[in-house]
Design a protein around this ligand. Sequence first.
Ligand SMILES: [Zn+2]
Length: 495
Amino acid sequence: MQIFFLIIFLSVSLFFSSSAMALDLIFPQKNPYNTTAEKTYLMGSVKKGSKLSVNGEHVKVWHNGAFCKTVNLSEGENTFILQEQFCCVPLIVKITKNPLKNVKKTCRQIQKLVYKNLMFSIVSDDYATVRSDASVSSRRITDLPKNTNIFVEAKYGNWYKINVGKSCEPLWIQEKNVKLLYPINSRVSSNINNVTFCQDNLFRYLKIKFNFPVIYMLQEKNNDVILTLYGVKNADMLYNISNKQSVFEKINVIEDKKNNNITISFISSEKIWGYEADYQNGELVFKKRKKPVLNSDYPLKNIIIAIDPGHGGKEKGTIGPTRIAEKDVNLNVSLLLKKQLESRGAKVVMTRETDDCVPIYNRPEIAKKSNALICISIHANSMVDGDPFEKNGTSVFYYNEHAKNLAETIKQSMLKDLKLKDDGTRKSSFVLTRPANPMSVLIEIGYMPNPDEYLKLTNRHFQRKAAKSIADGIEKYLNENTQKYYLLPGTGSGF
Ligand SMILES: [Zn+2]
């Protein structure tokens, strides 16, 4: 009798588990699901060769079992009944479309608290980020080390506004990173104590020693890099030395005596290859990359390139219709790209080579420390709502102007070989696009939710083609933008 019940129990649970497995809904991730979008999609998989209907209407199933159905949403609750051919219990998905709320823009003109006097303050954390507005989503201007002197003029929410004189854009810093010390009548300026210029194979350097660290900002304008120092006196030393000793092509120093700010422009006839500045042992070190010299036959020979396979470990990235994770697609393409680049003579540094979860801020550090000329971050795109059959294709991202052309050249090479739709070249502030050294580009090869692109992204042959097209793009960019030297018989590598 007991055995009889056990058999009944096993067959019932087997039936339910197999029917539950037969229809696997990946998107929306939640059921019921809430959105404000006009359109969204139902994406997942059924058993290979099986049929699927949504609200009685036949839906295409790809040969790997993937399906993706775009649905229009009406205001309020929308019900979708997903019925798989071999499954007796339909899956009911409820999606509620909420009206778009009018988000009131906060006005920064109204300061909650404006200090009567400036507040002499210091950075109290190991470092603090200065931003262009009182919000973590605003533009990052610089990071400041501990004990940097700042002058706070107002407070807005959890943010302090830093006084840098009238001529400059407002700078903001989070309250938690700062210690207010005492009121002061006017800003105290830091003195320049020492200025040094030097160079090595890869970079030209300007090093400045101050009484105390000051806020600085880096910008680029065409081929020029502009370094602004806030609250500094004694630009004479900078004038004198830069006239005599500069290792840079041309330097322009402008002193704004009223506000005690100094602008140093590194003017060049060559395009920018990378630059950065940070404090090292209390000294501000600015460095600008020299134009690489390439071997005409092997433009990638000895060029250091960092590859960052997006996500990894417990950070899976986007999950495709049959549950292959983006992190694995990214790693496969990245390892193939490494092979491609190495076969052309490049030295490749990887931010990960296995299924590891490398913290996001460590990744650009790995690239920077390796002295890479270029850093390429590899991803496959996700999609929150919308229509995956309308929005798809290859896109590339950059942040600093000097990386735009590299991003565009790589994308063109990919479009030519992979023949996906052009999904754009966009300026975006990501952890992996922000560094100005190395030159940083992030690639979204295609979209995981689109079943056609998913089939390609998870196909080894396509991954190899993608890796080759990216390597071709990098090589083409270097070929077009550098001077070459020609090997004479028996002269060695020339490096
Ligand atoms: Zn990603």
